[in-house]
Ligand binder design. Structure first.
Ligand code: MG
Length: 203
């Protein structure tokens, strides 16, 4: 199982970090050891003083495919979830300045909490799904899939030109604006169309 993540897929988030809005998807990966399930606590790593939350819609790949055309890409995922793409922003900033890869900032243990999955058939329109992240009871990030720069189908088509997608792979599809630091003791709650799917603590 691999985790593929898309960076800068909501224009307002790209802008808040002073990044250009991309013309092709920005891709990075996390290993399976990043996965955190069942609302288990996230243990804040000691190597960073600025771990940011990024709430994202996560797709679960339902069958193997490569060179998938955008037209058929919707057949390659049946369920979606909420995830947090935890990012050591201090490390990422240093690596970006030097043109180095982002793995140390993005791929560390526990950096990918993922909720239970829900069938996509539950949603009338995949491009009008709202989601939000509350921290200690206060809404910090609010997004809607209508604001995606690259659609789920475009992401699947793009990634599968380079990397074979396998059943069970996860795709983090990017975060809306409002990313900020988490602190030990914080309670994170993630809602998909008002339904709470994520609820865990930073320890
Ligand atoms: Mg992200």
């Amino acid at each position: 199982m691999k985790i593929i993540a898309i960076g800068r897929n909501y224009a307002e988030h790209a802008k808040e970090l002073n990044n250009p809005v991309p013309s092709v998807p920005v891709i990075f990966m996390k290993p399976d050891t990043a996965l955190l399930k069942d609302n288990k606590p996230f243990y804040h790593p000691e190597f960073s003083q600025d771990v940011h939350h990024e709430i994202e819609i996560v797709l679960k790949v339902s069958k193997e495919g490569k060179h998938i055309s955008e037209k058929f890409a919707a057949n390659y995922f049946e369920e979606i979830a909420l995830g947090i793409d935890f990012t050591a922003r201090d490390i990422q900033t240093k690596h970006k300045e030097k043109g180095l890869p982002w793995e140390l900032a993005k791929a560390f243990d526990g950096s990918a909490p993922v909720s239970n999955f829900v069938p996509k058939s539950q949603f009338a329109n995949m491009y009008n799904i709202s989601f939000n992240l509350d921290i200690n009871g206060e809404t910090r990030q609010q997004g809607n899939t209508k604001d995606l720069l690259f659609s789920f189908e475009r992401i699947i088509a793009f990634v599968s030109q380079y990397i074979t997608l396998k059943k069970g792979d996860l795709i983090f599809t990017g975060t809306p604006q409002g990313v900020a630091k988490v602190n030990i003791g914080d309670r994170l709650e993630g809602f998909l169309e008002g339904e709470k799917l994520l609820d865990f603590y930073v320890k």
